[in-house]
Design a protein around this ligand. Structure first.
Ligand code: KG4
Ligand code: ZN
Length: 330
């Protein structure tokens, strides 16, 4: 069973082919970073237009790379939400139309389920059940995962998502979009000088709140000399605060559920310092930890093709409607 996966929820046009037994066959991606860079963030209209331009050529490329023809494909999975409406519609309409033309099923995939399942593409995938920490630009979720499609929300961010906090803080420091990687690069030159709060860690519960860290950054920055070293020290303190907060909550979630496997995914899970702190905690707690490879932490087509393949195997497909939801609880 070959499934074509299409991801267009934000600023990456990504396509992949996954085979139920052989695994990942091919994947490709076009990043719109250069398109949005001069605006300091994603411009939705430009994102949609670029998806229109790039999607069909990328589909042709994965078919060519995998030496498959359209008649070999058994289903088309697409990200149906959450995301930017115009961007989602490009992927959804293309997927639905191709599936109709090729007379195969279309499968609407939840973007965060894609992220959640991304570690399944690795050589040593996690077994169910596990605790999942999903940290992306739009979401920060702690989930108890009992099986495919069996998700229980343990905690979430009450305001900014972890990635959003990275991006907004980076902007305050005058760094380029996308802010997360830029801020973490700058933090490498930083020294432990400022102490930032670890929000919501001093009370029970598994929710997060990251918007206060932004204000803390702004106040610290405004009272500093605003030198490059000041910026690096602030970036360091900010990253430490996020990493330690996420680690404290994950430790708590493992204790609360009694589970001994932790999955960490979504764009922010590419962050080396966050990975390091979570690895250290897991080792001490006697838990196994699983991450996607860095290129599958951020948006990609492989995770959508994988999630679609598992849903297709379970007989879950969509009717002829074009399914796109900018807001869609998991
Ligand atoms: O999962 P993703 O690619 O898209 C969403 O679903 O939102 O995540 C993008 C987010 C952005 O906020 C980006 O700044 C952040 O992930 N990010 C990072 C790193 N790489 C990407 N944040 C911190 N450190 C990184 N190395
Ligand atoms: Zn994402």
């Amino acid at each position: 069973m070959y499934v074509l996966g299409i991801e267009t929820s934000c600023d990456e046009t990504a396509v992949a082919i996954y085979h139920a037994e052989k695994g990942l066959i091919a994947h490709t991606l076009h990043s719109q970073i250069l398109t949005h860079n001069e605006y300091g963030g994603v411009v939705p209209e430009l994102a949609s237009r670029d998806h229109v331009r790039k999607l069909i050529p990328l589909i042709n490329r994965v078919l060519r790379d995998s030496r498959l023809g359209s008649t070999d494909i058994n289903g088309i999975a697409y990200t149906a939400g959450p995301g930017l409406m115009g961007a989602l519609l490009v992927g959804a309409a293309t997927a639905r139309s191709l599936a109709w033309t090729w007379q195969i099923p279309a499968i609407a995939v939840h973007h965060m389920e894609g992220h959640l399942l991304a570690p399944m593409l690795e050589e040593q995938p996690p077994r169910f059940p596990f605790v999942a920490l999903l940290i992306s630009g739009g979401h920060t979720l702690l989930i108890e995962v009992s099986g495919m499609g069996r998700y229980c929300l343990l905690g979430e961010s009450l305001d900014d998502a972890a990635g959003e906090a990275f991006d907004k803080t980076a902007k305050l420091l005058g760094l380029d979009y996308p802010g997360g990687p830029a801020l973490s690069n700058l933090a490498r030159q930083g020294n432990p000088r400022f102490k930032f709060p670890r929000p919501m860690t001093d009370r029970p519960g598994l929710d997060f709140s990251f918007s206060g860290l932004k204000t803390f950054t702004l106040n610290t920055y405004n009272t500093s000399n605003r030198s490059l070293q000041d910026k690096a020290d602030i970036a360091f303190a900010f990253q430490q605060a996020i990493a330690e907060t996420l680690t404290i909550k994950c430790k708590r979630a493992l204790q609360q559920t009694g589970l001994s496997r932790l999955v960490v995914a979504g764009g922010v899970s590419a962050n080396q310092e966050i990975r390091r702190q979570l690895e250290r905690m897991s080792e001490k707690a006697g838990a196994d930890i699983f991450f996607p490879r860095p290129e599958f932490c951020t948006d990609n087509g492989a995770m959508i093709a994988y999630a679609g393949c598992r849903r297709l195997q379970a007989g879950q497909t969509q009717d002829l409607n074009i399914f796109a939801r900018p807001r869609w609880p998991m």
